[in-house]
Design a protein around this ligand. Structure first.
Ligand code: ASP
Length: 471
């Protein structure tokens, strides 16, 4: 029998569609029954609380917020404080856990390879670069290019947010706590300092990307400075290790459709009342998505075409697996292995350029996040009726850029960095309110642009170094 082979990209798309359906139709519902009552007793929820709950027995709620609202009404505030989380947990149906483990496994596998991949890829990239001059030139060029595209993205956001003014009259709602908000703020100043690790092995275990990159560049550079025997040996060693990492990557990539199915089904099922939210926050979401689309479909392709002299749409096709993975995982770090794979194999960028620019890009170059940071800050300012002078807008642009550089390539990292921008602009953190509710959805779009921008950088820089590419 002939084996039917569906291209990976189509497999992923089918998985995405199925995941959305699964997430929508099998999203958790909440119903208190005799069975849940006895479970609650086992969890030491006191009798008075359970008695109060009797009035909503056997009523089915379709969303978590609706269920919690009713709990709030039924219980005393003390009972609510103490037990609501447990009640929600015990009461919800768990169809999602049947499939979410697929996503968890896939994410674990992707995360597993990030650190060894960055380490071997940068060391091998730098050792293959040859002289120190080469490295300095390429490093400067890459950083200048990354800053430039991020600033373009921010200006695009600024344009749309000033044009449409989504924040005027917006109802921001109340905030819930965002984990890590205040820490992000404090640690931001020391980010630069911490690029130099005190203990490199601690950086490896905690996944502190900037210091791993710093050390890898240093190590790679000094490999080229030692005598021939160790130099050849170490160069071979890191080149081979990198090859092995890429083989592992290709193995993991085969499971992308399954992983994406699990991840996206879970994300969708966790969205409470997405239609209602979209109608309240529609304009704001539109501004973010329009800005991202403009940057990804107009600005970056123009740069690839005119600066890089390459075909942007052929390159986009070459990158499609990485782009849908970025969209589904919301993590440029987790997508890095696919990004390197696609840029090398499909677009034809050399190992020397891709090994250096892409890991760096996944950590510091986040055009989508930069645009998002700016739009959120301006949206909140508009909602509070704060007049934004040109001076303040310039501060917003600069902090949005810094926040995007500081944000880690993991889901919702951009949300935490918003506190940096808001504080710099003197806006209250409470303003985050509703923005929180749709962050995870917008994260999918901005991460796609983050990865797309990194890959365009690899193409443009490779071309500027005289490479002949496939796109
Ligand atoms: N999730 C984004 C990324 O990994 C960062 C962000 O939250 O903006 O690229």
């Amino acid at each position: 029998m002939k084996k039917i082979k569906i291209a990976l990209f189509w497999q992923i798309l089918i998985a995405l569609v199925l995941a959305v359906l699964y997430g929508v139709f099998l999203s958790p519902t909440y119903k208190l029954t005799q069975k849940t009552f006895s479970k609650l007793e086992k969890h030491q929820v006191n009798t008075a609380t359970i008695q109060n709950l009797a009035s909503i027995e056997n009523i089915k709620y379709d969303s978590k917020s609706e269920f919690k609202d009713n709990l709030k009404k039924t219980l005393t505030s003390e009972q609510y404080e103490l037990h609501s989380e447990r009640i929600v947990q015990v009461t919800s149906t768990k169809y999602i856990s049947w499939v979410s483990w697929l996503g968890d496994l896939f994410m674990r596998a992707l995360k597993m390879i990030i650190v060894p991949l960055i380490l071997t890829s940068i060391i091998s990239g730098v050792t293959n670069m040859g002289s120190g001059e080469n490295l300095g030139r390429l490093g400067l060029k890459t950083m200048a290019y990354y800053t430039m595209t991020s600033v373009f993205a921010i200006i695009t956001g600024l344009f749309f947010v000033n044009l449409i003014k989504p924040g005027k009259g917006a109802d921001l709602g109340f905030v819930s706590e965002v984990e890590g908000l205040s820490e992000a703020n404090e640690s931001f100043g020391s980010t630069l300092l911490e690029i130099i690790p005190e203990n490199f092995f601690a950086s490896l275990t905690s996944g502190h990307m900037l210091s791993i990159i710093f050390f890898a560049i240093l190590f790679g550079f000094f490999i080229t400075k030692v005598s021939e025997k160790p130099r050849v040996m170490l160069t071979d060693f890191f080149n081979s290790s990198f090859d092995v990492m890429m083989k592992i990557t290709q193995f993991i990539i085969k499971f992308t459709p399954l992983g994406i199915f699990g991840i996206v089904a879970k994300v969708i099922s966790e969205q409470d009342d997405i239609v209602g939210l979209a109608s309240r926050l529609g304009l704001y979401m539109l501004v973010v998505i329009m800005g991202l689309a403009f940057h990804g479909l107009v600005t970056l392709p123009l740069i690839v075409k005119f600066v890089g002299k390459a075909n942007p749409f052929a390159h986009m096709r070459a990158m499609r697996n990485a782009l849908v993975t970025a969209f589904s995982t919301s993590s440029s770090g987790a997508t890095l292995s696919l990004t390197i794979d696609n840029v090398r194999k499909n677009s034809g960028v050399s190992n020397r350029i891709s090994s250096f620019t892409l890991p760096l890009g996944a950590t510091v170059n986040m055009d989508g996040t930069a645009l998002y940071e700016l739009v959120v800050a301006m949206f909140i300012a508009q909602a509070y009726g704060v007049e934004m002078s040109i001076g303040m807008q310039i501060i917003a642009v600069i902090t949005a850029l810094l926040a995007s550089i500081g944000a880690a390539g993991i889901p919702m990292a951009g949300l935490v960095m918003i506190s940096v921008v808001l504080t710099a602009m003197g806006l209250p953190l409470e303003g985050l309110g509703l923005v929180l509710a749709v962050d995870r959805i917008l994260d999918m779009f901005r991460t796609t642009i983050n990865v797309w921008s990194d890959s365009c950088a690899a193409v443009v820089i490779a071309k500027s170094e005289g490479e002949t590419l496939k796109v």
